[in-house]
Design a protein around this ligand. Structure first.
Ligand code: SF4
Length: 507
């Protein structure tokens, strides 16, 4: 007798109708505080009630481990545990009943079908929610690999083109303010002045996003506010690129041992990755796969490829989307004063990474991590590359432990350190970073001395020259790239600028 096997089915409660929108709070989070704040403002303009979850901490990790499956990657524990922690707080501290929480709140997150655990996040959320006593709590997904038309007629979360454009706009602005902050903060003269200016920028941009107008004016006000921060960029500081798994390199909390702030307190300048880069990577992935599919033989008896219009149209749309995204990014960047900032060229990264990591391999950062390390070395972009790889991460471990060893063997000048984030052992990680920083600091200092010799001036004369160049002194000014160090780049720039006659004796 044939046995009928009942397949496992995940009854994901996803009901969120338009009528519920007014009394339902959408919880979200997971990017930087700047991104989350701007996204909240932008979404409130579309009629959503959003609440940002706090940055995941070690308590969140503990909740994740308690209620999650065994053998998950570290970001899963942190992010799932963070939601559980928040709901428990709503129940035990704010006194909401389980029914109120389940009916009036839901969680929105990105999702994807992928070879790593990212594809299973939503299932993991639901398992943990059920075990923590919040069975039936809704987790809504918008797929990063989906189209811009994921909306259904009566859904409360309308994933329309307008929704994604608003989201992208907020993400872009978050990238820009953060990038400005990381350029300015290491050189600020008054401690805390950059953070204060960034906070004002956030308020200005949130107001513009809520009103859905006046963004250009707000960006210009931000530029003025940031330019007013006093800086001294004639300090030779090591520049450190932070790459690795998306969440682990983006979070600003205990998920990566607060590495960005730690590096800055150790005297480094951080180069972080833009969230928009991930969108560009998704576009690249989609276009690459379409091109690969176009090479497949058709099922026609001749075996010849059939000329099809649909994929060409899709490629054209993707190209257009990428162009529009870059256009707006650079336009906003100009208004806020983010000079010389370049979004990564995904085709170039794919070409560079291909010899080491097949472009077809997906999950995590794919070939990007390898390519970024090589670019950092060959283009003299940074003094140290830190790769953040979460404990239990399949793609990141494979890349950092395996492929990057080959890269560093072929590029011995690379100063590369892969750090594994488990949530524990912060002191161990920090001391390893300090050791790698020692060499980076020396390289930055050597570069600075070489720049002084090339310019034929000493430190005192460099200061005098900078004092005479009002524009170069501004916090929003960033010297053109020539070597990795910002101070050395500034020296090269000063050397090329005309030296006022009345000060010529100072040379
Ligand atoms: S890339 Fe790694 S850390 Fe990130 S979701 Fe996938 S397995 Fe987890």
């Amino acid at each position: 007798m044939q046995t009928v096997v009942a397949q496992w089915y995940d009854p994901n409660p996803r009901i969120f109708s338009k009528a519920q929108r007014g009394h339902t709070t959408l919880l979200f989070g997971g990017l930087t505080a700047m991104h989350d704040g701007l996204i909240k403002a932008a979404m409130s303009a579309l009629g959503y009630r959003l609440q940002v979850l706090p940055c995941p901490d070690r308590d969140a990790l503990q909740y994740g481990k308690e209620f999650g499956n065994r053998g998950q990657c570290n970001p899963t524990y942190f992010t799932v545990g963070n939601l559980i922690k928040y709901l428990i707080q709503l129940r035990d501290v704010e006194g909401l009943s389980r029914e109120q929480i389940v009916n009036d709140y839901l969680f929105v997150t990105a999702g994807a079908c992928g070879p790593c655990r990212f594809g299973m996040y939503v299932t993991e959320y639901r398992k943990a929610l059920r075990d923590a006593g919040f069975g039936g709590f809704r987790v809504l997904l918008f797929e990063n690999a989906g189209s811009l038309h994921q909306s259904e007629s009566n859904t409360g979360l309308e994933l329309t083109t307008g929704f994604f454009i608003t989201l992208l706009k907020a993400a872009m602005l978050g990238d820009m303010v953060n990038a400005m902050g990381y350029r300015i903060r290491p050189y600020e003269i008054v401690a805390g002045s950059t953070d204060a200016a960034m906070e004002e920028c956030r308020t200005l941009l949130c107001a513009a996003l809520r009103k859905r107008r006046g963004l250009r004016h707000a960006l210009r006000l931000c530029r003025r506010r940031l330019a007013a921060v006093e800086v001294d960029r004639l300090q030779a500081k090591p520049k450190v690129s932070i790459i690795g798994e998306f969440w682990a390199m983006t979070t600003e909390g205990e998920g990566n041992y607060q590495l960005q702030r730690f590096l800055e307190t150790e005297g480094a300048e951080c180069e972080i990755q833009a969230v928009v880069s991930w969108v560009l990577y998704s576009i690249w992935e989609a276009a690459y796969d379409i091109r690969e599919r176009m090479l497949l033989r058709s099922e026609q008896p001749t075996g010849r490829r059939r000329w099809e219009f649909a994929p060409l149209k899709q490629l054209l749309l993707l190209r257009l989307g990428r162009g529009v995204l870059k256009h707006y990014f650079y336009r906003y960047a100009r208004h806020i004063g983010l000079a010389g900032y370049q979004l990564p060229d995904m085709d170039e990264l794919a070409r560079i990474g291909h010899d080491y990591y097949a472009n077809e391999l997906r999950g995590g950062e794919g070939h990007m991590e390898v390519a970024k390390l090589i670019q950092g070395v060959t283009l003299h972009k940074v003094h140290l590359t830190l790769s953040i790889k979460p404990f239990g991460c399949l793609p990141s471990s494979g890349v950092s432990d395996g492929v990057q060893s080959l890269v560093t063997a072929r590029y011995p000048e690379a100063n590369f350190l892969a750090v594994e984030t488990t949530g524990d052992g912060a002191i161990n990680v920090h001391s390893r970073v300090q050791m790698a920083l020692f060499r980076a600091r020396q390289n930055a200092e050597d570069e600075y001395q070489t720049a002084l010799q090339t310019a034929g001036i000493d430190g005192g004369q460099a200061t005098a020259r900078l004092a005479a160049q009002r524009r170069c002194r501004q916090a929003t000014h960033y010297p053109p790239h020539r070597v990795a160090g910002t101070a050395a780049n500034l020296l090269y720039e000063l050397a090329q600028r005309p030296w006022p006659q009345r000060l010529a004796g100072g040379r």
